[in-house]
Design a protein around this ligand. Structure first.
Ligand code: CP
Length: 289
């Protein structure tokens, strides 16, 4: 099986992955005794996703291969499909792929080993959504009726696109906010200062300059003033509200530097949870007959 878009998984399957990730965090061990090989193919830069998939495989006692696009036969014109078929023929047991093209995985239907989508263009980022959901479930114990505001460049964010759909399916009240020219058509949009005092989760996103050029109407200071988490907005958050961000963070833009590690922030917890979620994802796909 593949995990390329969470819309392909039932609510029960999503909860099973999250619950297994929480078991891993609590000490559960699964050991593949070096019998499985996971290939990490990143065609776009990544720190967290790449190295936490790698760490997840290591913790399951799988081997990994880490593809270096700039030093590969891609530079001689080899296609994504042929690159993936090569790893299948080498004997890899699963592919973790990040690629700038939306829905790239639709071109890989004839690859016969599991694919884990580590982010496709502005389309989806399923492992990020699952680690976000794990962090929320750890905090609140449930999803139903929790209010979340996802704030930032919604239109170009694969994190927003993955989370909006799955969080609604899980019964959450999902609102988006940020610059009006970066909102997503059809999504529930509210001005940040109208909703900041009523949300259980404030999820901040980076402006994805790399996906639409550096043509923002805002300087960093203006963005921070209009949409960033500053002390004034922090003090309006509910007592039990948590702050999330998929990172990388632009300190002083989406969030004031000093608030990144504030009491309400779960930003570094999200990174830690990413390893356990990716262990659960790898186990699910390589254990699926
Ligand atoms: N959150 C996230 O996807 O980070 P990286 O781009 O560093 O993997």
């Amino acid at each position: 099986m593949n995990i390329v878009n969470l819309n392909d998984l039932s609510v029960q399957e999503i909860n099973e992955i999250i619950d297994l990730a929480i078991e891993f965090k609590n000490g559960k061990k699964i050991n593949y005794h070096g019998q499985k090989v996971i290939a990490n193919l990143f065609f776009e830069p990544s720190s967290r996703t790449h190295y936490s998939f790698d760490m997840a495989a290591i913790k399951l006692n799988c081997h990994t291969q880490n593809f270096e696009a700039s030093n590969s036969s891609l530079t001689k014109g080899e296609s994504l499909y042929d690159t993936c078929k090569m790893f299948e023929m080498l004997g890899c047991d699963a592919l973790v792929i990040r690629h700038p093209q939306d829905d790239y995985y639709k071109d890989l239907e004839n690859v016969h080993i599991p694919i884990l989508n580590a982010g496709d263009g502005k389309g989806n980022h399923p492992s990020q959504s699952l680690l976000d959901l794990m962090t929320i479930k750890e905090e609140f114990g449930h999803f139903e009726n929790l209010k979340i505001a996802i704030v930032g460049d919604i239109k170009h964010s694969r994190v927003a696109h993955s989370n909006y759909d799955v969080m609604k399916r899980l019964g959450m009240d999902v609102m988006t906010s940020g610059p009006e020219d970066l909102k997503e058509e059809g999504y529930n949009y509210k001005p940040l200062d109208e909703i900041i005092g009523e949300v259980d989760i404030l999820m901040l996103l980076r402006v994805q300059h790399e996906r639409h050029g550096d043509n923002s109407n805002f300087s960093k200071d203006v963005y921070h003033h209009l949409y960033g988490l500053n002390e004034t907005r922090y003090n309006r958050l509910k007592d039990n509200c948590i702050i999330m961000h998929p990172a990388p963070i632009n300190r002083g833009v989406e969030i004031k530097d000093e608030l990144v590690e504030s009491e309400k922030s779960r930003i570094f917890t999200q990174m830690k949870n990413g390893v356990y979620v990716r262990m659960a994802m790898i186990h699910k796909v390589i254990n699926d007959e």
